[in-house]
Design a protein around this ligand. Structure first.
Ligand code: ADE
Length: 268
């Protein structure tokens, strides 16, 4: 039931005024969520961040945080760290969602930036080395063919809209589809095509789910390491291009950071 007219009017005006005055302050705290340490390291070095040895996370998690001030920004880069048994990085949606939740709780960021590598579709204009600014995210491996659950599974969410950033940085824009596999089964491919995605990763939509729940604006930068509708094996192409694409991602992320510095969210 709707609240009485006069009350709803008053509360709304007050809360809108409070929200917009906070929104108009310069962005202060930015958290990068980056799945692989190799993807994060160039930006950690460039921003001269320090590893947090006295972890703010619960004891036992392998998550790693780098932090520091860059210009007027307080920046953290968080990574899900390594699997304690296998020693490989904790890629994928489960770690990404947990890490996003804990980082928002601990750091209360004004903005989240999920940066990482992705597979790209040449049929949608992606080439190796492109860095995309993502417009929307979806999942492609949560197929639940029951009304409403089907849409819940797809989990379509819009990235925070940044027209000025886009114009200034002149990046390619595309939709992102997320799943927990590096390869692409035919059923995933059909879903990705239905999702109209240009890039495919393993974390973005999971970060978006949490950021949306906790009302933190989030943007997504995805560097293309492999062409998924090409003829090369994905894992081979991914490993071959990882270092070069990570450098391109670092360059794009640092330009984003420089653009964000001193601006409020509505100015992005
Ligand atoms: N990250 C880099 N390439 C990828 C791909 N093809 N699928 C999912 N995540 C990726």
């Amino acid at each position: 039931m709707a609240p009485p007219e006069e009350h709803s009017g008053e509360i709304k005006e007050d809360s809108v005024a409070a929200a917009s005055s906070a929104d108009n302050l310069p962005i202060s705290t930015v958290v990068f969520i980056i799945a692989m340490q190799k993807e994060a390291q160039p930006l950690v070095n460039r921003l001269q961040l320090t590893e947090d040895v006295d972890s703010m996370f619960l004891k036992g998690v392998p998550w790693v945080r780098y932090y520091g001030n860059y210009k007027d920004l307080n920046i953290s880069i968080v990574c899900p760290g390594k699997d304690p048994i296998l020693g490989v990085e904790n890629v994928g949606t489960v770690s990404a969602a947990l890490l996003t939740y804990a980082s928002i709780q601990a750091l209360q960021p004004d903005l989240i930036i999920n940066a990482g590598t992705a597979g790209g579709f040449k049929a949608k204009g992606a080439s190796i080395g492109d860095v995309f600014l993502v417009s929307h995210v979806t999942f492609h491996d949560r197929r639940i063919p029951i009304p409403a659950f089907d849409l819940y599974g797809v989990g379509l969410r819009q990235a925070f809209v940044t027209p000025n950033l886009l114009q200034e940085l002149n990046m390619k824009v595309g939709k992102l589809s997320t799943g927990d596999s590096l390869d692409m089964a035919p059923v995933d491919e059909s879903c990705i095509i239905a999702n109209d995605a240009t890039v495919k990763d393993m974390e973005g939509a999971a970060v978006a789910y949490v950021a949306d729940l906790l009302k933190v604006p989030a943007i997504y930068l995805k560097g293309v390491t492999d062409i998924v509708d090409g003829d090369r094996p994905t894992s081979e192409e991914f490993l071959e291009n990882l270092a070069a694409v990570t450098a391109a991602l670092d360059e794009a992320a640092s330009r984003v950071v420089d653009f964000i510095n001193g601006k409020s969210l509505p100015q992005l």
